[in-house]
Design a protein around this ligand. Structure first.
Ligand code: IFM
Length: 447
């Protein structure tokens, strides 16, 4: 039997969202385009040719959605700011309407007793900056600094909890190496500088926030997965080391003064081409917390056919294991191992699970959604968070991904991760069984 109170009074329970996935209002009130506006409105890029032009229409419906949060007893709400809503050109001119929207949102949350947690960058770079090279251009550090500084000044009187980047490995890897996310660029020549500049911005963003208010609770978030070998051969074990360095260590280790994991991932040697004197130092920042976002584990094997890394991930549907609509294995122990892994770094002060959740096919029957699989998924993962905490791991928060069903990037609207169902034709919200279950759990009823 497990109760939310077993985690202690200071444990942060919440839900997570991101601007492009929920807001809509893509071209209203002076907002500029982001790389996701451009990418998702290019035919053939997104499943079903979907886009986030309207998404959950949160831009217009935030008040009703906050009422829902309040009804569900959710005390913490993580959302991101759309950079191009407040800087339509990425830099320079400030769009007051954009600032006003986030002011209204923050005030509405606070009036309802809900604590805001802001992510500064959840993948929607202003399109105007991408035209100048985006994350591959070192000038991004200056553009990002201007943006972070404005957010700290405008919202820092009411917001304490900040996350600088969301999953830098995903937005650089999928956006600048594989080309399957915005801006759709490919190859090492884009990926390597994007990694280095994102790492520098991660630390710089932290410094700017703290210089504004040393009491801010400043973090950054990483996607992470337990990586295990397909067989117990030396080659597969070597594949694990490389994939783990890429997926789980690439953005943490430079921040805590260990440098990039080049010894285990030789392709990163090229990053020195983009180094300037004192970068080693500029990469470092002492975050108050590390946000970890775990959904699954990866099984890897050696492969001669995959260049650069000689390793391949074996998809869940090829392994006879339970999996979600994303084809991600359901493996609750993964979150336990990830907490223990990050906890083992002395430099990591605190860990918050800033995302965890599952996409399953939902059916509405007589106006209700019995999403038992999602409920079980979340409760099993929470039990593993508890196991790690009980053993002394410094984890002090858990946020479900996500509040309402929303735009799931390249997969469009097919995967539904929400505790609340959205009918995208009518924008009607229906709380799923998992949402009611989370409400009860947060009310301290047993898991
Ligand atoms: O929807 C995403 C989110 O934007 C980042 N983390 C993973 C989620 C599910 O894929």
């Amino acid at each position: 039997m497990l109760y939310s109170s077993d985690f202690g009074d200071n444990f942060h329970w919440g839900v997570s969202t991101a601007a492009y996935q929920i807001e809509g209002g893509y071209n209203v009130d002076g907002k500029g385009s982001s790389i996701w506006d451009v990418f998702a409105n290019t035919r053939g890029k997104i499943a079903g040719n979907a886009n986030g032009n309207v998404a959950c229409d949160f831009y217009n419906r935030y008040k009703e959605d906050i009422q829902l949060l309040s009804y569900l007893n959710i005390p913490n709400f993580r959302f991101s700011i759309s950079w191009s809503r407040i800087f339509p050109n990425g830099t320079g001119f400030i769009n007051q309407n954009g600032l006003d929207f986030y002011d209204r949102l923050i005030d509405q949350l606070l009036e309802n007793g809900i604590t805001p947690w802001i992510t500064l960058y959840h993948w929607d770079l202003p399109a105007a900056l991408e035209k100048k090279g985006g994350w591959t251009n070192r000038d991004v550090i200056g553009w990002f600094s201007e943006y972070v500084d404005l957010c700290a000044r405008k919202f820092g009187d009411r917001v304490i909890n900040w996350m600088v980047l969301n999953e830098p490995m995903v937005f650089t890897g999928a956006g600048y190496f594989l080309g399957i996310h915005a801006p759709g660029r490919k190859g090492l020549k884009n990926f390597i500088p994007a990694i280095h500049h994102a790492s520098l911005c991660q630390a710089q963003g932290g410094r700017i926030l703290k210089s504004y208010n040393s009491d801010f609770n400043v973090g950054t978030t990483f996607s992470c997965s337990l990586v295990e070998p397909l067989t117990n051969t030396e080659k597969d074990r070597l594949a694990v080391i490389k994939v783990d360095a890429l997926l789980n260590r690439l953005f943490l280790e430079p921040a805590i003064g260990m440098g990039y994991p080049i010894k285990d991932l030789k392709l990163l040697e090229r990053i020195y081409n983009y180094f300037k004197p004192s970068d080693e130092h500029l990469l470092m920042f002492d975050f108050d917390f590390i946000g970890i976002q775990n959904y699954t584990r990866e099984i890897v094997s050696h492969s001669y056919f995959v260049p650069l890394i000689n390793s391949k991930i074996i998809k869940a549907n090829k392994r006879n294991v339970p999996y979600t609509t994303m084809n991600w294995e359901v493996y609750p122990a993964s979150i336990y191992h990830m907490i223990k892994k990050y906890d083992a770094y002395d430099q990591v002060r605190k860990i918050v699970i800033t995302e965890n959740g599952a996409a399953f096919h939902d059916t509405i029957i007589d106006g209700t959604i019995e999403d038992t699989k999602r409920q079980q998924f979340i409760s099993e993962y929470i039990k593993e968070v508890y196991n790690a905490k009980k053993e002394g791991a410094k984890v002090d928060g858990y946020f479900v991904w996500t509040f309402t069903d929303n735009f799931e990037w390249a997969e469009g609207y097919n995967p539904r991760f929400g505790l609340v169902h959205v009918d995208f034709a009518t924008q009607k919200r229906t709380i799923k069984k998992s949402g009611m279950w989370y409400k009860a759990f947060l009310n301290n009823l047993q898991l």
